[in-house]
Write a protein that binds this ligand. Sequence first.
Ligand SMILES: [Zn+2]
Ligand SMILES: [Zn+2]
Length: 418
Amino acid sequence: MNITIHRGINQIGGCITEIATANTKVIIDLGSNLPGCQGEEFTRQDVERITAGADAIYYTHFHGDHVGLSGYVHDNVGQYIGKGAQEVNICKYSVLAKHDSKYEHDLKVAQNMKTYEEAQTYNVGDKDEIYITPFFVDHSAFDSYMFLIEADKKRILHTGDFRGHGYLSKGLEKILNLKARNIDVLITEGTMLSRLNENVVHENIIKTEAIKLLKKDNHPHFLFALCSSTDMDRLASFHAACKETGAKFLCDSYQKSVLDIFTKYAAPYSDLFNFNDETTKVLRENCSFDWDLRPNGFIMPVRAGSQLDFVKKMLYYFPDAELVYSMWKGYIEGTEEQKNQNIIDFVNLFHGQYHYLHTSGHADVNTLEKVCKITNPSIGVIPIHKEKDTRFDDLPISDTVNVITKSVTIGDVAIIIK
Ligand SMILES: [Zn+2]
Ligand SMILES: [Zn+2]
């Protein structure tokens, strides 16, 4: 069996992993480079070469650094993603395609994807050589999965992006203990290895801090929260804070469409994800500034690029409004490559003033260590989705687990790191 990692171990994002047996090949994620990435992007020809002969492509989640090159894949290769993830993608590209025809192709690709079910095992290519089973993980993208891949009598766990401090992380240890012991190769993300100074708190703390902000000085607060429109946990934290304080959770019609998908899939499991209530108000649909927003305040999740002008206008009606910054700080305080001008412009609308309420969507080092210990991979761990000068073998696991960062053949498993 060959396991090929494309550009994974020296950059965050642009993830592509190939697993091939004699007659079957599966690809996990086909991500594009994140903005500011130094590496050269793959062309259509590169993608056609990588996906040639593939029986299927399985996506861990819908972030662009995992799914961004899916538009280059030939129609005869099946592409699979979670059901909820597919709906969010279709929702996003339907809105974008309305304003710009260049997104019509992305919409078609999203619509043509097939879906998989959690904990169901699939026979890739029907040749009984590779089996893949998705298991749910908590990440800053709704409906994310890790994959157990069984091939040539070996067991590989590919974690995708995940974390141990979200609302849905409780099941992580349990599922690893149940399904992912006796692993041969662990392929895991290492994003946080380069962000060791970041304070990683449980998502629940974000909710508590948001409540404090809404209650501060006993007057209504009008808060615009710069955050991802598809991070269900974060939106649930802000919504719950509003619900508890009597403030409104204000959104535009696009955000409401995404919330409706979350409600449909996740509310049956926890009321925390029921966004379809009196707390949620939709601009221009069921919302009066004087009756709904001014008496008890609001939190409105907003997007940097497309909502700058809108928020400028809202500041006319709510001149005392404040900004909640709920994203990675590197976008405004990082290196030149990491900075994002749209986000900086947004923060400047508030004269650079903001409340910082954020916790990472990625596993902290303690969680990475725990995953290594539970899975105890007999061949080794291949760290991907990490900066080039970060070392996975600094974790206190290296005496028991082999950390693989260079191409090597161990037994009948050839690991090729490109
Ligand atoms: Zn990622
Ligand atoms: Zn991600």
